[in-house]
Design a protein around this ligand. Sequence first.
Ligand SMILES: [Zn+2]
Length: 460
Amino acid sequence: MQSYIDKTDKKQIEDLANESLPILYDYLRLPSISAQHMKITETVKYVERMLLDLGGKVKILDDLGGNPVVYACFAAASSGDTGSQKTLLFYNHYDVQPPDPLDEWESEPFEPVLKDGILYARGTADNKGSLLQRLVAIKYLQENGGLPCTVKFLIEGEEESGSRHLEPYLRKYKELFQADACIWEFGSLDDKERVQLYAGIKGSAYFELSTKSAAIDIHSSLAACIDNPAWRLVQALASMKNQQNDILVDGFFDEIKEPDEKTRKLVKELPFDKEAFRDLFGLTRPLITEARGEDPREALMFHPTMTICGMVSGYIGEGSKTVLPKEAKVKVDCRMVPGQTGEYLHRCIKRHLERHGFSDIKVDLIDAQRAYRSNINHPFVQLVKTTAEEAYRTKAVLYPNSEGTGPMYIFNRYLSLPIVSTGVGWAQSKAHAPNESIRIKDYIDGTVHMVCLLQALPEI
Ligand SMILES: [Zn+2]
């Protein structure tokens, strides 16, 4: 591959990135919280305006329910060489997480503050900064001979709420979004300033288990003859996972597609600093992989999980209240790996509970998204890595998938294309948490990365 960094005017990109900051600030001022249906119409209009101002062809798709999906297309320069045949799709989202807990913010979540080169506001890292950076890259290329390939955008408004309405849009508009490769919405530098790139994503199935055994809460003195739903639920959960952290649900692992040798090798080479990992969360117990003799990197990348996210039953207020609760509920999420589906795990868990005498426990599947891994041998995946290393002047680490979840599987299902995630974050970005931030330095380097990638795309 030829070097694109040498023919890129980094000073000009820096100037354009700085000029774009007021536009980013106004975008960040829109509290587009999908969970609370806030400012969605205004934000869609703002996104549309930004795309139109750059000369994009824009469509607002809203005929299939949910928050509108924004499509945009920037055609390759007609004078371009062979590159004009290729198309890159950017996936972004204009919605953000709620800013709570508000009292932990050091500035207003929806009023951007720039301090010592760090920009604070909800949505900076996740995901408004990444969109602006991509638009600045387009502007630079337009001013320097035109786009070497066609660029499309899919910008949705429900990513932070599980992308529930996205699949019908992809199914119906798959011709519109057709592309050769896709750059996903997120990514960051790690604590050693390496660029983290993700060629896939884990899936997720979210369940609610509940049981109700009386019409009203009961005086606990009657517990000698009345069964307790909280104990029922605790025992049911204990039958699903043992003290060694083995998941015991029959069939749970049966559908898994094992990673290939190259992917396994890649994971063995990933950096992992156990102490830093422990410190990050203030962990008080050993990693569960230690007792199991497992490599934590392999566990994070390849193992499905079953997590109790929250439980509720009876009285947990101050002091004591002797009550036998009428009901108990638990939320459980399973991070899935390729091959697994939420529907299948739902059947496995229901069957398991029936077989173990817990047929009174109701299991609802609330939400599910499947896992996806791009072929890491695809030239596009390698190109994202080499251009990242040039643009950031540092090492890039390619993860076969993120531990997190997003709608990647359906993108590949309807568009069949390699997908790599990279974004504007840094190790302290605190996405989803108070004081979310990005560094202006990364905003600029990431823009250089997108410029180099678009210039190099004709090579794949
Ligand atoms: Zn997010």
